[in-house]
Design a protein around this ligand. Structure first.
Ligand code: ADP
Ligand code: MG
Length: 284
C-alpha cells in the first residue's frame, strides 16, 4: 500500500444471514480526493461505511483507514475521521453552539474553532437557536459542522444532501470541495447521478453489493459512448438526433454549408444511462 492511500479496501465481502450485501469490493482513496459510491437503495453503500468506520465487521477481506485495519479500529480513530450519516443525532434541546461545544470537548478542539466552523457552514447567526428548531437543511449543515470540527483527515458522508433543497445542496457541495482542496480524503455515497457527476473525482458504481464500473465520471461516460449520436437543431425549428454514419456526416455537411444548422451537440450517455446499461436497472 502506498503512503498516500488513506483508505484501502481489498476483497471486502459482507454476508448477512441469507443475503450477500457486499461482494468482493476493491478500491483505494487518496488524500484530497472525493470518492463517490453511486448506487440505488439497498446496493450496500451504508454497509460499506459501517465497515470502514468500525461499526460493523466484514465477513471477509481486508480494509484499512489511515493505516489502521478496520478489525482494530477503536475510538482513537474518531479523532481523525468525521462521519455524516442519517442517524447522526443532535441534541435537540441544546443550542447549535452547545451541540458543537460538547464535541469540541470530547475531541480536544479549541473553542475558537466552533465559531469558525459555524461561519463556514452559515450557521453563525443561528448559534443560539435550539437544534430542534432548525430546518432540515440547517440540521444537515450542523451535522456536517460537527463532523469537520476537528479537521479530520477522512470524512465519510452517507447521502449527505438527500432530501435537501437545491440551494442547501449547492452550499454543502461547496463545503465538501473546500475540505477536499485542503487534503481531506472524502468517501461519499449517493443515489443522485448529478451529485456524483459534479462532485466526485472518482466513482464506483455499486449494484447489489458489487462494483460494476469505476473511473472518473467522464471516463465512465465516455467508455460507454459506443453509439455516437448528435442532437441537431435546424433553422426551420426541426430537432433531430442522428447516429454517427457516412450519411449523417453528409447531412451535417450540407446543413452547415447551406447555413441551415442552428445548433449541434454530441449526446454522451449520462451516468444514469450507463448504470441502466450495465445493470439493467435504474438508480432509484
Ligand atoms: N443489519 C443488517 N442485517 C441484515 N441485513 C442488512 C443489515 N443492514 C443492511 N442489510 C441489507 O443489506 C443490503 C444493503 O443495505 P445498505 O448498505 O443499507 O444499502 P444502501 O445504503 O445502499 O441503501 C440491503 O439489502 C439491506 O437490507
Ligand atoms: Mg444507505
Amino acid at each position: 500500500m502506498t503512503q498516500s492511500n488513506i483508505i484501502n479496501v481489498q476483497h471486502i465481502s459482507k454476508q448477512f444471514k441469507d443475503q450477500k450485501a457486499l461482494r468482493d469490493l476493491n478500491f483505494t482513496i487518496k488524500a484530497g480526493e472525493i470518492f463517490g459510491f453511486l448506487g440505488p437503495s439497498g446496493a450496500g453503500k451504508t454497509t460499506t461505511i459501517k465497515i470502514l468506520t468500525g461499526q460493523m465487521k466484514q465477513s471477509s477481506g481486508f480494509a484499512s483507514v489511515l493505516n489502521v485495519s478496520t478489525d482494530k479500529i477503536n475510538e482513537n480513530i474518531y479523532e481523525q475521521i468525521g462521519i455524516v450519516t442519517h442517524n447522526s443525532g443532535l441534541y435537540d434541546k441544546l443550542s447549535v453552539y452547545k451541540n458543537l461545544e460538547i464535541f469540541s470537548k470530547l475531541l480536544n478542539v479549541q473553542t475558537s474553532k466552533i465559531d469558525e466552523t459555524l461561519k463556514k457552514v452559515g450557521l453563525f447567526e443561528d448559534r443560539k437557536k435550539n437544534a430542534g428548531k432548525l430546518s432540515q437543511g440547517m440540521r444537515q449543515r450542523l451535522v456536517l459542522a460537527r463532523a469537520v470540527l476537528h479537521s479530520p483527515k477522512v470524512l465519510f458522508l452517507d447521502e449527505p444532501t438527500s432530501g435537501l433543497d437545491p440551494s442547501t445542496q449547492v452550499e454543502i457541495h461547496r463545503l465538501i470541495r473546500e475540505l477536499r482542496d485542503k487534503g481531506t480524503a472524502i468517501f461519499l455515497t449517493t443515489h443522485n447521478m448529478e451529485e456524483a457527476e459534479k462532485l466526485c473525482d472518482h466513482l464506483a458504481l455499486l449494484n447489489d453489493g458489487k462494483i460494476v464500473e469505476t473511473g472518473t465520471p467522464q471516463e465512465i461516460r465516455l467508455n460507454h459512448n459506443k453509439k455516437k449520436r448528435y442532437k441537431i437543431l435546424l433553422k426551420n425549428n426541426e430537432e433531430l438526433v442522428l447516429s454517427q454514419s457516412e450519411e449523417t456526416v453528409q447531412k451535417i455537411n450540407w446543413w452547415m454549408t447551406s447555413n441551415e444548422l442552428v445548433t449541434i451537440h454530441s449526446c454522451e450517455p449520462t451516468l444514469e444511462t450507463v448504470f441502466l446499461e450495465v445493470t439493467g436497472r435504474n438508480l432509484i
